[in-house]
Design a protein around this ligand. Structure first.
Ligand code: NAD
Ligand code: FE2
Length: 387
């Protein structure tokens, strides 16, 4: 038995790490760079700060801030067009998972001919893309470290995912100061996304010794900081720990896998425009309740790591405390249910069959500790509606 690890070759971590962006770009020998960002960062002045750092070092900068939501094929295609028109040589991504996924996909298409769809699925990319320097501004997706992109199909609105070595960024710059401006709902949803990555990586059928270490470390970091940072967004230590936790969780799931929470979350997000982190958070307690029987000792270890249980307790008791603890965390962080998010009961019911079919077909379902039937997935969606 052997396993492979794919991790960013260079990572810069710490206070004001973002100021190293120009040196990193120069290390590639680029003279023209595409900065991929979004309207929030453009308006808040963060994009200009990065542009100035790059310009002062003598680089020509082209800004693409057309990532107006979770990315789709059109956003990628427009960015690619600009990359080519402005003869850019590399990419700096400043934003959350949406911006970083867009940047990673533009990078691959800048070198590989064809459509976005051709490079979705597993190991579909042949040639490495252009260099990407990723600066995450949310503590959630871990995209700055992963071999994964999630891109919606603008025609069908289906969420596609690509998993290839070429999607691992060349440089990740982790500067928690970029995350300080996150409002409460984003802090909560992206933080639970990161926690879900860590939990699903640890209980995955693809888990290995290396991903286990990072997954448990991420669970601890996130558990110890998520409530602090939600109550007090200016808590720098907690922001730093959340960013490190989400980075570690990203490496963990990218080198093992996610599971049923993510399989069920994508269709929920696609049908009802629920942001990724939020749809994960809505599903995490119910999917955990369903899945514990497949890996009780692993879920029990997570409960202990989260200080929800202690070593003298039997696994079964720890698993129940974990389910209760995750429900309590959702309440504490004011995570809405699908109902309180505003999805009507009849409309939700109408979509369950389609969502369950898509979730059953998703690649990560087969890595869940318990592999569900379609009826069981239907039931989990139903039980999540109003909790
Ligand atoms: N590639 C991966 O490994 C991976 C993993 C999980 C999720 N994803 C994908 O990532 C996307 C979600 O990314 P996300 O959760 O980071 O959110 P996001 O990038 O979609 O951003 C959400 C909103 O928050 C704003 N925002 C971002 N940073 C901010 C900050 N510091 N202060 C204030 N506002 C800020 C953005 O402008 C946007 O309006 C989804 O498309 C999801 O499918 C990718
Ligand atoms: Fe996720």
């Amino acid at each position: 038995m052997h396993y492979q690890l794919e991790i960013p070759p260079r990572v810069i971590i710490g206070t004001d790490a973002r100021t190293s962006v120009a040196q990193e770009a120069m290390n590639f020998g680029w003279s023209r760079v595409l900065v991929v960002s979004d309207p929030f960062h453009e308006a808040s002045g963060r994009t200009s700060e990065i542009n100035e750092l790059l310009s002062k070092a003598g680089l020509e900068v082209s800004v693409y801030s057309g990532v107006t939501g979770e990315p789709d094929t059109e956003m990628v295609t427009r960015g690619l067009k600009q990359f080519k028109a402005d003869k850019c040589e590399g990419i700096v991504a400043l934003g959350g998972g949406s911006v970083i996924d867009t940047a990673k996909t533009i990078s691959v298409l800048a070198v590989n001919d064809g459509t976005v769809q051709q490079y979705m699925g597993t190991d579909t990319v042949t040639k490495p893309g252009v260099g990407v320097i990723a600066l995450p501004t949310t503590s959630g997706t871990g995209s700055e470290a992963t071999r994964v992109v999630v891109i919606g199909d603008s025609q069908s609105s289906l969420k596609m995912s690509g998993r290839s070595k070429a999607y691992v960024p060349s440089v990740a710059i982790l500067d928690y100061k970029l995350t300080m401006s996150m409002p409460k709902p984003l802090t909560a949803a992206s933080g639970i996304d990161a926690l879900t990555h860590a939990i699903e990586a640890y209980v995955s059928r693809q888990a290995n010794d290396f991903t286990d270490l990072l997954a448990l470390s991420a669970v601890r970091l996130i558990r110890n900081s998520i409530e602090h940072v939600w109550h007090d967004g200016s808590d720098e230590d907690a922001r730093q720990d959340m960013l490190m936790g989400s980075f570690q969780a990203g490496i963990a799931f990218s080198n093992s896998s996610v599971g049923l929470v993510h399989s069920m979350s994508e269709p929920l997000g696609a049908c009802f425009h629920v942001p990724h982190g939020l749809s994960n958070a809505m599903l995490l307690p119910a999917v955990t309740k369903f899945s514990v029987a497949g890996a009780p000792s692993r879920y029990a270890e997570i409960a202990r790591c989260m200080d929800l249980a202690n070593s003298s307790m039997a696994d079964e008791e720890c698993c129940q405390l974990l389910i209760d603890g995750l429900q309590q965390l959702n309440r504490e962080l004011e995570i809405p249910s699908p109902k309180s998010f505003g999805i009507g009961k009849a409309l939700y019911e109408e979509h369950i069959e389609k969502m369950a079919g898509d979730a059953a077909a998703a690649g990560s379902t087969g890595n869940n500790p318990v592999i569900p039937t379609i009826d069981q997935i239907n039931e989990i969606y139903r039980s999540t509606y109003d909790t």
